[in-house]
Ligand binder design. Structure first.
Ligand code: TXA
Ligand code: MG
Length: 351
């Protein structure tokens, strides 16, 4: 077990002296977890293959899954990429810093371990004040996947990070809850039209409003698609809690009815059942353990609580999680993408 140092810091009152230590650790090749506006990240110096290697070990992450390189300032980009397409320039002006990751052709400075041998590199500039300041003080670009054990839901709270990575990393900077709650949008800008490889906080319409057009990777649109997703990370089982997850679809009455019917049956079999619900339908689940993710009118609220709720039900040792679904538009697309992965695309089947 590694010796892990834990530092607590209020993002609205950053203490530069205190942050100098984790910044130095990053610069010198150690692993440091820090909050971003999406989820917590597990960072290391992106220019050092030894440092980046420690990320894969700590997470138990497959080596063919490339990492996102985080920067604090626009001028750091040139060293990492071989060219900056016009569309990317326009998108950066609007969405950086923020939850948009862009895929560029890589430069020779980026070690292969970061990109899993691809000739492209993912780059993002986070907007979280602690992340920004830490990366800037480190003075090096920071490769960082989500700070969860591989396969588990991404961490949105410090206790999630402590549970997964205490004893596995050199330092954890705790800075409270993350705001977006789902990982960044991953956008390939190397082609003529930008393509979303992973839906996230920045939506297709928002991107299209800047670039004129934006496509979504085919493999994401059809859950039964034989196509291999272009973003290597999307092929793995992800976000999976220990419990079996099943979704319910259709109209509200049909959806709630399916969940109640299934929950009754499972309860009769002695199973522990947790329901992922929304504010509007909580009244229907009396007598069951249910967590409301928020209002169906505010999908960004649902996005911010999904991973927390999946982890909460694991803490409660649920056997089965039954989940409502929401419309796949705007950030609802990202919510449904993560939920389908957590469920292994399984739906409640009612006869
Ligand atoms: O919000 C986020 O993006 C968080 C925070 C910490 O920044 N990070 C994150 O990283 O979610 P990670 O490693 O869990 O997910 C990165 C995704 C994976 O699906 C990976 O396959 C994809 O980005 N990716 C990275 N480099 C790529 C590349 N060159 N081409 C295609 N996909 C790439
Ligand atoms: Mg991840």
């Amino acid at each position: 077990m590694k010796k892990t140092q834990i530092i607590y810091m209020d993002p609205s009152r950053i203490d530069g002296d205190k942050l100098a230590h984790p910044a130095k650790l990053l610069r010198e090749g150690a692993t440091v977890v820090f909050p971003t506006e999406t989820v917590y990240g597990l960072g290391a110096n992106a220019l050092s293959k030894e440092a980046v290697g420690k990320i894969f070990v700590a997470k138990g992450r497959p080596s063919d899954n490339p990492l996102i390189v985080h920067i604090a300032e626009r001028c750091e980009l040139e060293a990492l990429v071989s060219d900056v397409p016009e569309a990317a320039e326009a998108l950066m002006a609007v969405f950086w810093p923020g939850p948009l990751t862009m895929i560029f052709r890589k430069s020779d400075a980026v070690p292969e371990i970061v990109t899993a041998g691809l000739d492209t590199v993912a780059v993002r500039m986070p907007s979280h004040p602690l992340a920004k300041r830490l990366i800037k003080m480190a003075g090096v670009p920071v490769a960082a996947p989500s700070a969860n054990l591989s396969g588990k839901p991404s961490p949105t709270r410090e206790e999630h990070v402590l549970k997964d990575l205490f004893g596995k990393v050199d330092c954890i900077v705790c800075g409270g809850e993350t705001a977006v709650g789902l990982e960044s949008t991953v956008l390939d800008v190397t082609g003529r039209v930008p393509v979303i490889l992973r839906p996230g906080g920045v939506t297709r319409d928002q991107i299209a409003s800047v670039t004129g057009a934006c496509q979504i990777d085919e493999a994401l649109l059809k859950s039964d698609s034989p196509l291999v997703p272009k973003s290597p990370g999307m092929k793995y089982t992800h976000y999976s809690p220990d419990a079996d997850v099943f979704m319910a679809g259709g109209g509200i009455d049909e959806m709630v009815g399916a969940i109640l019917g299934e929950a009754e049956e499972l309860k009769a079999k002695g199973k522990k059942v947790g329901i992922l619900a929304t504010d509007e339908n909580m009244g229907s689940y009396e007598g069951f353990t249910a967590v409301s993710l928020g209002s169906r009118q505010r999908p960004e609220e649902i996005a911010s609580r999904l991973f927390m709720a999946l982890r909460l039900f694991d803490e409660m040792k649920m056997d089965v999680i039954l989940s409502e679904t929401i419309e796949e538009e705007a950030i609802g697309r990202a919510v449904m993408n993560r939920l389908k992965k957590a469920a292994g695309n399984r739906w409640i089947e009612r006869k």
